[in-house]
Design a protein around this ligand. Structure first.
Ligand code: MN
Length: 230
């Protein structure tokens, strides 16, 4: 048999200071993982278990390329997040074993059509259209742990046109990286190539075409790009 049409290429993320590239398998995301953001969205951080959702792997945008403002929204929000890149996976992974699965970390933006998400929440509907659209996951190059360097304490921040909008510490996460990997692996068999977006701190808000977005995580890297009109 032959393909009816050429298969779509795998999304690939560069690795810092390396000729290697990271082929993306799936993109998992955690919602509501910083107390101050849960509060700003009207929730109670102590009552809510982690919320998992996903994006298509081809939603990744690399190389600080411009991101096109998506259709069907008038309220596009940025969310800066620590991205975990897995070197191996499994099911029912123990918390103590989880960090050994991590290849490295990146800075990612979980773009969200907030108006669609608000409507989905109100109607009890899925978040897919609010979260899983084209170009909804700009991601920096991945920084390898080099066998055990896990920078999970540092500052995570995002600015729009030079003005700081999000500024927090990774240590403010409600669910830690090992806890997220362990919990997620109860629902899915994790694989090498999986990315996990680990939630955003407070300060989310709308952006418009022409805005310059810069985000950084201490010890991990940075990303900067412009939002452009369709
Ligand atoms: Mn998010």
């Amino acid at each position: 048999m032959t393909f009816l049409f050429p298969p779509h290429p795998t999304s690939v993320i560069p690795v810092q200071d390396s000729d290697h590239a990271f082929p993306v398998h799936r993109i998992y995301c955690v919602g509501q993982n910083y107390s101050d953001h849960v509060k700003e969205m009207g929730g109670d951080p102590r009552e809510n278990p982690p919320v998992f959702f996903s994006k298509p792997s081809d939603a990744v945008v690399i190389g600080n390329q411009p991101v096109t403002y998506p259709p069907a929204t008038a309220d596009l929000h940025y969310e800066v997040e620590l991205v975990v890149a897995l070197a191996s996976g499994g099911s029912d992974i123990d918390v103590e074993e989880a960090l050994a699965r991590v290849f490295g970390y990146a800075v990612g933006i979980d773009f969200t059509r907030r108006d669609l998400q608000a409507e989905a929440k109100k109607q009890g509907r899925p978040w897919d259209a609010a979260k899983g659209f084209d170009q909804s996951a700009p991601t920096s190059a991945i920084r390898s742990t080099n066998g055990g360097d896990h920078p999970l304490e540092g500052r995570i921040s995002l600015s729009v046109n030079g003005e700081t909008r999000q500024d927090a510490k990774l240590s403010d996460m409600i669910w830690s990286v090992p806890e997220i990997i362990s919990e997620l692996s109860k629902y899915y068999e994790l694989k090498a190539g999986d990315l996990i977006f680990t939630g955003t701190p407070a300060g989310v808000s709308a952006v418009v075409a022409g805005d310059q977005i810069h985000a950084a995580i201490e010890g991990v890297g940075e990303i900067h790009f412009v939002l452009v009109a369709r």
